[in-house]
Design a protein. Structure first.
Length: 341
């Protein structure tokens, strides 16, 4: 991959790693221990505790006293928790890291090295492997389909794929690096999202404003998928259903909305077929859609601001979106629809 060298100082960049924590002491211990072993040591760790009810805070104070701890009185969600962490962060680069993830020793160095290559890069995506089966990929960065729906690149594919560094749509925020300059320009996670799709929203805004995301295959992380919140829980489905609409309304340019409205309709029919009909989860899915409608006035205000800042052409944006009729994407959805699990 080629690009312009950064014009910043030749010195090493200071990184703030933000972890938002819910319950899960052993997961957190393994997470923090892996970060202690990084071969790039110019960083701070900020742990935002989302009103956990286990011994997470005790663990941090007794075993990881170097970690900067923020204790929240209530659960602010993933987005809100990271927003609180950002207020304390001192780094030129900001890393987000899940409490159910474990980093390989060179993870941070590889991300920083990739970010330093080109000052147009605002986001670096890690290669996330399934912690229960490291031969399988959880995410090789994120794509966004023409319906505005974020998807994991390479999900459940073999680890021997996605071996090349490449420009992609965005990063999964479970383990990603962000340039502070980009955050100041684009904004950070939208805390109205609470959980789910907040990274897709940020990826989309970054693309609209001309920032690049690079996938770094050598920055490897083991991720315990859905350890914090199950993808089929009512809680998770509600926010996914609602926030999927928020991403579309806030970010998709009008011309592309018109061009791909039928893709959006197909996406919604697929959601109903899988989660409502097959899984019987009508309640949380429909509540999410209804609440997205109730949020429409504030979403339209946000949309106006996002579209006002747009710097790229619709032609460029269309080139980085994944067609909903992509053959491999369709095969995966059909297989999922008819699987027994």
């Amino acid at each position: 991959m080629k690009g312009n060298k950064s014009n910043s100082s030749n010195g090493m960049k200071f990184v703030s790693i933000i972890i938002v924590n819910w319950n899960g002491v052993e997961l957190l211990r393994e997470c923090l221990a892996s970060l202690q072993k990084q071969d790039y040591q110019l960083f701070e760790i900020i742990l935002v505790d989302n009103a956990s009810t286990d011994n997470s805070v005790v663990l941090v104070r007794e075993e990881f006293s170097h970690v900067r701890l923020i204790q929240l009185p209530d659960n602010f969600g993933f987005a809100g928790g990271n927003m609180e962490g950002l207020r304390m962060a001192k780094g030129e680069y900001i890393a987000l890291f899940n409490n159910d993830a474990v980093a390989t020793p060179n993870w941070l160095r590889e991300l920083v090295s990739a970010m330093d290559e080109d000052d147009r890069i605002g986001i670096c995506a890690s290669k996330l492997l399934m912690r229960g089966d490291p031969s399988r990929i959880d995410s090789a960065g994120d794509d966004c389909v023409t319906s505005g729906h974020g998807i994991k690149r390479g999900n459940r594919e073999s680890n021997d794929r996605f071996l090349e560094k490449d420009y992609i749509f965005g990063a999964c925020a479970s383990a990603a690096l962000y340039r502070r300059e980009m955050i100041d320009d684009v904004g950070f996670l939208d805390d109205d999202f609470f959980i789910n799709c907040e990274d897709t929203d940020l990826n989309f805004r970054a693309q609209l404003m001309g920032w690049k995301c690079v996938y770094v295959p050598t920055a490897v992380v083991l991720h315990r998928v859905s350890a914090t919140i199950s993808g089929l829980s009512d809680h998770g489905l509600y926010y996914s259903s609602r926030n999927d609409e928020c991403v579309w309304i806030k970010n998709m340019p009008t011309a592309l909305m018109i061009r791909y409205y039928h893709h959006k309709l197909i996406q919604e029919l697929g959601t109903i077929s899988y989660f409502c009909v097959k899984k019987g989860k009508w309640g949380p899915v429909l509540r999410g859609k209804m609440d997205a409608i109730r949020m429409l006035p504030q979403l339209l205000r946000k949309r106006k601001e996002v579209q006002r800042k747009k710097r790229v052409t619709n032609q460029y944006l269309n080139s980085v979106l994944t067609p909903i009729f992509n053959s491999s994407l369709l095969k995966g959805k059909i297989k999922r629809l008819f699987s027994r699990n």
